[in-house]
Each structure stands twice: as structure tokens, then as C-alpha cells.
Ligand binder design. Structure first.
Ligand SMILES: Nc1ncnc2c1ncn2[C@@H]1O[C@H](COP(=O)(O)OP(=O)(O)O)[C@@H](O)[C@H]1O
Ligand SMILES: [Mg+2]
Length: 308
């Protein structure tokens, strides 16, 4: 898969949230493989990790972001479209804005502010664990909100769709679903336009993206343990596994949310191999690790799915 060159795209804004510098860009030029050219995209440079001895290495967040979007699309889970990109020789990923024109976003963090017991996760002085970032509070905050725009879930309750995000997290081993990694979209001009859960974004640290290439084989040998250690680190109860967190979300959702694991059951595992192997720059051990994370977590999810 080729990287799309976004060096001459127009810079709209800096993104203030998140750890590393990021910019919002608008496409420049015609015949770009991106659909609507008026939508903005967030460019995120490839990240580096640091070995305990100080040596740095390339992380794979950019590839993972793309693979997860493609996988989520197969499951019908709304996520920001993501494409590999390069800007002035910096490799990275572009993530399509999930917020429509004339609309704005409230992060989960902002939505939860004011909820008794909730402590904001914005800023550098955030505490671990995340007090108040729990399913009852999230369900209460999303109460009355609808699913993402331009998706088949526009009439769904937001929490039923959020449950799908948690199943995706459990599948891809994403333990970074803090309250600034989900958002609510609202209209800035039409008070009758319902507030909606925005499509999911920022899956770059899933699928062991932060692990060095040379460590992938070893992780593969202990893959069951690795997957079981996928905990809900960004929630109040950090000891819950990601699978348990997803399962618990069914208790605060309607029966519609059960359909996410039905879709996973119907998805042939050969898709995992195709998606993880299609990027020629991903090494064989890394591709194998990602495929096996998906296989093991799929089995773990289906073992406790309600229709089992
Ligand atoms: N596709 C997107 N559409 C709209 N907003 C986004 C999108 N991706 C990220 N954001 C916003 O930008 C912020 C930072 O981006 P994110 O992808 O979360 O980067 P980081 O890896 O630094 O956390 C998010 O908290 C969110 O508010
Ligand atoms: Mg983020």
C-alpha cells in the first residue's frame, strides 16, 4: 500500500489534544484517493519508542491505525478512515475528521465533567486509575444521544455503538480508550439536530504497535498471557480485562449491542491474515504477532458472547 503524499496539503490548525504535535490538513489537488476533498484530515507522524538503554526505535502506530480501520469496517464498527501518509519526508498516518461541518466535538472528558466523582484526564497531572471513567457514568452521559452520523446506526442509542468500540478494543488489544479517545458530536447551528457519539478514532497503540520488531517473536511465544494482560488501563477499574469490560458494557446497553459479537463470529479469520500481511514494510514476526492477537482475542470474546 502506498503512502499518500500530503506535503502540499493546506494546514488548517494544530491539534491541541494528545501527546505529540499533530496538524489538521485539507487536501490540495485533484484525483486524490480520498473521496470528498473538503474534509479535513489529522496528520500524525510515526512515533518512536525508547529502549531502556536509551536507543530509539520506530513504532508501528501508523500501520496499526490503518489496519484497525479496515478491520473495523469489516465488522461495521464506525471508525475514522485512516491512510498511510508522508509529509515532507516524515512518515505517518492521516485520520479523516469524524466531525461534520457546522458541528463540533465534545471529548468524553468534557462530556463527563460535572459527573460526581469524575476526575478530568486532560493535562499532565492526570491520575491513574481514571476516577469516574466507568460504564455507568459513560452510559448516563450518552443517555438520549444517537449513533454516529452517516452510518447505519444513526437511530441507535449511542451506548449500543460504544459497546461496539469496546469490543473492537478487546479484539485489537487497545488499552488506550481514555476519555479523550472518544467524543460526542453536536451541531453548532441546529438545536434540533441530535447530539451523537462520534465514530471511533486513535487506535494507533493497539496490536502491540509500541513493541520493537526484535521482541515480536518472544511475545508470540507467550501470546495467551499477552492477551490476558490486556487490561482496561484507562478506566476506573483497571483490573478488568478488555474482554470483561466489553462484556460488562452489554449490561448497560440494549440487545442491539449483542450484534457486534455476532458480526465477529461471522467474520472469517482469513481477513486477519490478509489485513496484517498487506503492508510490505511490516516484518513477518510483527504480522504474525498481530494476526495471533486478533485470533486469540476473537476466541476470548466469542467464549463469553451472549449468543454462545
Ligand atoms: N479522526 C478524527 N476526527 C476528529 N477528531 C480527531 C480525530 N482523530 C483525533 N481527533 C482529535 O485529536 C485528538 C488527538 O488525536 P489522537 O488521534 O487521539 O492522538 P494521540 O495519539 O496523540 O492521542 C483526539 O483526542 C481528538 O480530540
Ligand atoms: Mg488520543
Amino acid at each position: 500500500m502506498n503512502r499518500i503524499d500530503v506535503s502540499d496539503w493546506l494546514v488548517d490548525d494544530q491539534e491541541p489534544l494528545g501527546k505529540d504535535p499533530k496538524i489538521w490538513l485539507t487536501p490540495n489537488g485533484e484525483d486524490l484517493p480520498i473521496g470528498d476533498p473538503s474534509t479535513s484530515w489529522l496528520f500524525k507522524s510515526a512515533k518512536s519508542g525508547e529502549h531502556p538503554n536509551g536507543r530509539t526505535y520506530r513504532r508501528y502506530d501508523d500501520y496499526v491505525e490503518v489496519i484497525v480501520h479496515e478491520l473495523a469496517s469489516l465488522l461495521g464498527i464506525p471508525t475514522a478512515r485512516a491512510l498511510l501518509a508522508v509529509r515532507n519526508e516524515a512518515e505517518g498516518v492521516i485520520s479523516r475528521n469524524v466531525i461534520r461541518d457546522s458541528h463540533s466535538a465534545l471529548t468524553g472528558d468534557m462530556s463527563l465533567l460535572g459527573t460526581p466523582g469524575y476526575v478530568s484526564c486532560s493535562g499532565d497531572d492526570r491520575v491513574t486509575p481514571r476516577p469516574g471513567h466507568n460504564l455507568p457514568n459513560i452510559a448516563a452521559t450518552l443517555d438520549g444521544l444517537k449513533g454516529p452520523s452517516n452510518t447505519p446506526y444513526e437511530d441507535w442509542s449511542a451506548i449500543d455503538v460504544f459497546s461496539g468500540y469496546l469490543m473492537l478494543d478487546a479484539l485489537i488489544a487497545n488499552n488506550d480508550r481514555h476519555a479523550e479517545n472518544w467524543a460526542v458530536e453536536y451541531s453548532m447551528i441546529d438545536p434540533l439536530d441530535p447530539d451523537r457519539l462520534a465514530a471511533s478514532f486513535d487506535h494507533g497503540s493497539a496490536l502491540a504497535a509500541s513493541i520493537e520488531d526484535s521482541a515480536c517473536r518472544k511475545k508470540l511465544l507467550g501470546i495467551e498471557k499477552f492477551c490476558e494482560k490486556g487490561l482496561s488501563k484507562r478506566f476506573e477499574n483497571q483490573r478488568q480485562t478488555l474482554v470483561e469490560l466489553w462484556r460488562a458494557s452489554l449490561d448497560v446497553s440494549s440487545d442491539r449491542a449483542w450484534s457486534w459479537s455476532d458480526r465477529l463470529m461471522e467474520l472469517d479469520e482469513s481477513h486477519f491474515e490478509r489485513l496484517c500481511n498487506e503492508h510490505q514494510f511490516v516484518s513477518e514476526p510483527r504480522a504474525s504477532l498481530m494476526i495471533n492477537i486478533l485470533k486469540v482475542n476473537r476466541r476470548r470474546i466469542l467464549e463469553c458472547s451472549p449468543h454462545r
